[in-house]
Ligand binder design. Structure first.
Ligand code: 13P
Ligand code: ZN
Ligand code: NA
Length: 279
């Protein structure tokens, strides 16, 4: 069965490694993520935003994840990524998600706290852990000055209050990563991350890991990062493989053939990412 992220994240956090969390957009990607995790023998998190489960349709999403978890040789969790409202989180809890993120990071501090607290109250009643974010994890624009960029980083003092007052189980800080591709190599703020780590004392989550150099990801594992989110690199590789296949085989019409190389490539990518997150 699907497990919660409680035990896997606690173990990773205590032992300085991290769990890979992968954006799961369809059957092919779900199967590849599970197969990649099985190759390493590591627990894994399938995650979807609300637009993904709307696209797949919730009952399919749950059935796919449950079936994957039942057959898998490793623990599997289904996590809501960037849940945008109380209502969306409740929908996922009712449907059977085993982990949720509520993203109130665009709200004023106190409003963010109030929203997250309500979600933690509801989710804790069924023992589902909650992730939340403070600060702004965004795309960093070329013409933004360092001072302006700093304004988006998570303040460790506020992080401490945020975690204590909300009772969240994992925390996503803004320390220099961004969603999507990077225009230049990301400059992660490891001293800040270390301060946040000491101030919060809960597993930390790295968002925007696509495009972060392996060395930086590995360094973050010693600063409390226990969950690492990948999406863009999977989407890029999947699309690249399909494009290459159809250029070579422009008349192929059999999904059982044209999805295969994409699936195989994703298995390898996921395996590689999870190995990178090991101790
Ligand atoms: P990337 O698309 O940069 O891998 O970010 C993924 C993510 O943080 C999902 O929440
Ligand atoms: Zn994210
Ligand atoms: Na990224």
């Amino acid at each position: 069965p699907l497990v919660t992220t409680n035990e896997m994240l606690e173990d990773a956090y205590r032992n300085n490694y991290a769990i890979g969390a992968f954006g799961a957009h369809n059957l092919e990607i779900i199967k590849a993520v599970i197969a990649g995790a099985e190759k390493v023998g590591a627990p894994v998190i399938l995650q979807t935003t609300s637009s993904t489960y709307k696209y797949v349709e919730m009952h399919y999403m749950i059935a796919l994840a449950k079936t994957a978890a039942e057959q898998a040789k490793v623990p599997v969790a289904l996590h809501l990524d960037h849940g945008e409202s109380y209502k969306v989180v409740m929908e996922c809890l009712r449907a059977g998600y085993t982990s949720v993120m509520i993203d109130g990071s665009s709200l004023p501090f106190e409003e963010n706290i109030n929203l997250v607290k309500r979600v933690v109250d509801a989710a804790s009643a069924i023992n589902v852990p909650v992730e939340a974010e403070l600060g702004t994890i965004g795309g960093v624009e070329d013409d933004v000055t360092v001072e302006e960029k700093n304004a988006f980083f998570t303040d460790p003092k506020l992080a401490e209050r945020f975690v204590n007052e909300t009772g969240i189980h994992s925390f996503a800080p803004a320390f220099g990563t961004a969603h999507g591709k990077y225009k230049q190599e990301p400059q992660l703020q490891f001293e800040l991350l270390e301060e946040i780590h000491r101030a919060t004392n809960v597993p930390l989550v790295m968002h925007g890991a696509s495009g972060v150099p392996e060395e930086s990801v590995r360094k973050s594992l010693n600063c409390g990062i226990a969950k690492v989110n990948f999406s863009t690199e999977l989407k890029d590789l999947f699309a690249e493989q399909l494009r290459a296949f159809f250029i070579e085989n422009p008349t192929e019409n059999d999904p059982r053939k044209y999805f295969l190389p994409a699936r195989e490539a994703l298995i390898e990518l996921v395996e590689h990412k999870i190995v990178m997150l090991q101790k």
